[in-house]
Design a protein around this ligand. Structure first.
Ligand code: UDP
Length: 141
């Protein structure tokens, strides 16, 4: 399987709960490496642009409000099959439906405050990695 890079965001609810380290440990424990990382407080414009694909959805305003409500921890994760591996570690979007042992099952409260974001495909990973880490290539060397 190919070495990939993917974007992960530990969302404001999980940062506020002080579980950045526990979540990063899940990634590292699954064989993913942290290739880049930063703690930032997103502007409304950044959050709107990042989630532009959801602009027409009814939850868009609440999603943006939530994403700017506190700092987020943004990482590029790297490893074999990193995109799917990260999605598997995250669990389903709705924590109530997330499999036991997944990050969302263990750390998230609700579908709108669901602890983590992860790129869902190679195309979105490329866009999302360069959105937050300009000039960083999605393909590991
Ligand atoms: N979301 C929400 N309500 C919904 C669906 C999604 O608040 O009914 C939020 C939720 O935070 C989710 C994000 O919008 O993580 C992006 O939705 P997507 O379907 O892409 O889920 P994900 O890829 O994050 O699992």
């Amino acid at each position: 399987m190919a070495i990939e890079r993917t974007l992960s965001i530990i969302k404001p609810d999980a940062v506020a709960k002080n579980v950045i380290g526990q979540i990063v440990a899940r990634f590292e424990g699954a064989g993913l490496k942290v290739a880049a990382a930063k703690l930032v407080h997103l502007s409304r414009a950044e959050a709107e642009q990042f989630y532009a694909v959801h602009a027409a959805r009814p939850f868009f305003k609440d999603l943006v409000d939530f994403m700017v409500s506190g700092p987020v921890f943004i990482q590029v994760l790297e490893g074999e099959g990193a995109i799917q591996k990260n999605r598997d570690l995250m669990g389903a979007t709705d924590p109530k439906k997330a499999a036991p042992g997944t990050i969302r099952a263990d750390f998230a409260e609700s579908i709108d405050a669901n602890a983590v974001h992860g790129s869902d495909a190679p195309e979105t990973a490329a866009v999302e990695v360069s959105f937050f880490f300009p000039g960083m290539n999605v393909y590991a060397r």
